[in-house]
Design a protein around this ligand. Sequence first.
Ligand SMILES: [Mg+2]
Length: 350
Amino acid sequence: MASSRLRHWLRSSWATARSTGPARAMTRCFWRSVSADEAPTSKSASTLVSLRWACCPPGPLEREKRSSISRRGRDTLRVMRIASPVPVDSRSMAAILLDIDGVFHVSGAPIAGAAGAVTQLRESGHRLRFVTNTTIRTRAALTAELVGFGVELTEDDLQTTAAAAVHALRNRRVLALTMLSVVGDLDGLDLVGEDADAVLVGGADEGDETGRVFSYMNLARAFGELQAGADLYCLHKNRWWQTSRGPLLDSGAFVAGLEYAAGVEAVVIGKPSPVYFEAALQALDADPKLAWMVGDDIEADIAGAQRFGMRTALVRTGKFRPDDLERSGITPDIVVNSLAELPDWLERAL
Ligand SMILES: [Mg+2]
């Protein structure tokens, strides 16, 4: 039911204004001033521009690839410890949270050795939970994708932001700016097109749908609801993510824009929210001090987990950039070239 209501709303023209107060009256009139012809023109133009700019300039990944190959060669994989050795014991490795995007795949292309690492970790007795900020596929679809890569997991092993949103926003009227593909996981929310109690912003996708979901009209509609008193939530606030075409702008930019325009602060439901890590560790019945987070995002994965008291392993795949690590001032407990190297490191360290 939630899916059909949101689909109808996304495809429909703007609703007629309802005068429930001065602020609402003003914003509804503003929406009506945007003609129907403007939306598809603007959408097509922005899509073309974004594709062109995503493909042409050498992004950080390409620069890193070139420097990596020229300086060290492809076959010089090594584990780099950049922090003082952390005292670990077998109990400390009982729980490991694994990020997905950039750790297991980039744009659907599996990262070598990641699936085998999961098998090794399970055989060593570690408890694993897969934690993702991905907001473009349902939990079932994400599980199927990972299983297709050869990763051993069930749907119950996977924690998504959509499930956390349902928990946080149940019984509230929610205006959702999310990809249709994730709406199935929002079942249980009262998804509405107006008079919302909360605005929920999901992540961007690589396809054209992103341009439609985050169109000017939709963002203006969300702004109107915020001005009328709705709370702002986001599944995550990522600035960008790594794709096969290079770095792409993520929805954190739109969240920040709504915060700026409406003078509000968004509640982040996914990583690096402490609530998200807490839920993952509760599922494993694990103590943060005795658990590890493995990811490619220095902010959402590493800094977020450290603030929650966890140990951290940064992988040099996905969106990893040496410059980001240096600038961040954040020091993971270990940095490995990929998840494939983690099991052997743990064997040596324990
Ligand atoms: Mg990631």
